[in-house]
Design a protein around this ligand. Sequence first.
Ligand SMILES: [Mn+2]
Length: 330
Amino acid sequence: MSSGIDATFGQIKQTLDAATRILVSSHLRPDADAYGSSIAMALHLKAEGKDVTLWNEEGLTQKFSYLPESNMVQAPPDHGKHDFDVFVALDTSTKERLGRVLEATGQVTTWINIDHHVSNHRYGDLNYIDDTAPATGQILYDYLVKAGGIITPAIADNLYAAISTDTGSFQYGKTSPHTFRLAADLVEKGVDVPELSRRMYDSYPRRRLELLKALLNSARFSCEDRVASFSLCMETAQNLAVRPEDNEGLIDHLRAVQGVQVAVFFEELPENKVRVSMRSKEPRFDVCKICGLFGGGGHAQAAGARLSGPLGAAEEKVLEAICHEVRNNN
Ligand SMILES: [Mn+2]
C-alpha cells in the first residue's frame, strides 16, 4: 500500500497537463475494459499533445483487435527500463497485476491509479477508485467530460466496448441510469451498436466452442446445486491450443443455471498453480470476500485468486469455502 491520496478529477487533470511522457497501462490477461479504457485514455492524451506510450503485458491480443486504434497497444520491451513523468494504471487493482510492464518501467514521477475494483490497493500517488462504477470505462467517460476532452468516434467505441462487456451487456448490478445515459451519449458520438456488438460477441473462434465442450464435460454441482464449477487442466488446454482470452465469459454458462448462486472456474497453470475465477448471481454472495481468503480479490460478484495446486486439492478447498459462505447466507 502506498501513502497516495484519493484524488479528484481536477487533480488528475492538473498532473496530466503538466506531464510530457505518459505511460498508460492495464492489467495482465486484459479484457475489453482494460484495453478499451487504456486506448481511450491514450487517444485523449495524444490529442492533448502528450508523448504517450501504451503498454500491456500481452501486447494486443487478436481477440481485441476490433477496438479502434488498438494497434497503439504494445508489449513492454524485453530489455531496459523506461522513465515516465506519469504512469496511468487503469482497471488494475494491484501494481503486481501490471505484470511485465512493471519490469520495463524505470523512474516514474507520479503514479495515477484509476479503477473500479473494490479490492484496489490504492498504490498510486493519486488514486481515483469508484467501486460503484460498473467499468473503468465509465469512470474514464466521466473524467473526459469533466476534463473537457473530446470524445471522438474511436474513443466512444473503446469506452462503449469497455462498459458493455464489464456490465455483461448492461445487465449486472452496477448498471445505473447514468450508465445507460452515457452509453446513449456514446452512441450519439458514433458507436455503431450492432456492428460493434457483432465484433464483441459474435466473432469467437471455433476453438472457444471446443473449449466450452471440454469444460461442460467437467461441470459439477455442489452445495445442493447452488454452486457450479468446471475446470481446465493443462493437458486439455494444450490439446485444444487454448489461448488465455478464450476463457473469458465461459463461466457465465454456469452462473446462468437456475438455482446456481456461485459459479467457479478452475484453471491449472504451470508451476503447480491454479487460477480460480468466481461469479455470483446476487450481491449477498460476496465472491470477492471468498477470493480474499486465498489472497485474491475483485468485485463482490466477480472475483479471482491464484492458489497452489494440485488442481483437485485446490478445487476441494475452494468449493468448501464457497459452500460455507453460501450456507451462511441462506
Ligand atoms: Mn473492469
